[in-house]
Design a protein around this ligand. Sequence first.
Ligand code: HEM
Ligand code: HEM
Length: 181
Amino acid sequence: MSLLNSATRYGALVMGLHWLTFLLMVAGFLTAEAEELFPKGSAWRGSLVDLHGSFGLLVLLVAAPRLLLHLADRRPPIVPPVPAIQDRMAVIAHWALYALLFLLPVTGVCLVNFEGEVVMFFGSSLPRLLPKSEMLEDAFEEVHEFLANAAYAVIGLHAGAALFHHYMQRDNTLRRMLPWG
Ligand code: HEM
Ligand code: HEM
């Protein structure tokens, strides 16, 4: 398998970063849901919030090179070709996913700073970039929650579309994103 995308399939870089992002997002969602099980102020909740932020920051770190690759590299065509409308929907979904991969971590960092806390990255505290503000904390909490719900929906549609291509349309959409495809 080549490092970059070929005329028939995604390269190891795009594929590796895609599935790494998937795992990090699952970790981000699981830690976010798990922290809700513990009362506010408890040590467990605090540790889960820190872990959640750390996975979220990794998503941001991985998203940057991914976006550059996306802009620089070609997208292997789907075989057999699908109607143009379906292709356009995929392009919109991919841009929505990229937007979420940046906006979720950024709003997360903002909300933690506005709360008056420092962001932790696997045990190390990062410099505080923003001042404490209760009003902005509430606003960013709402925005972060809204984006997280949007991410559940867009990722669900995206994964559903990949499976539809594979099992119903029987084209190579999913296979060219799988190492064994
Ligand atoms: C891709 C990255 C991220 C995803 C998918 C994500 C997702 C979520 C989800 C699903 C929730 C629960 C929302 C709810 O229903 O109440 C949440 C809450 C939260 N997230 Fe994130 N998040 C991400 C990144 C971050 C980052 C980088 C930070 C901070 C450094 C962060 C800080 C928080 C905090 C503090 C809460 C709790 C808010 C509250 O008190 O309700 N998140 N996030
Ligand atoms: C957190 C979850 C996920 C995120 C954030 C995500 C994000 C993305 C993004 C941004 C692209 C565009 C790649 C590029 O050209 O740069 C993409 C492509 C793709 N993803 Fe995902 N994905 C996720 C989960 C999944 C899952 C679960 C599946 C399979 C069931 C899947 C299958 C695919 C396939 C087949 C492509 C290539 C589509 C095409 O070229 O038209 N993804 N994904």
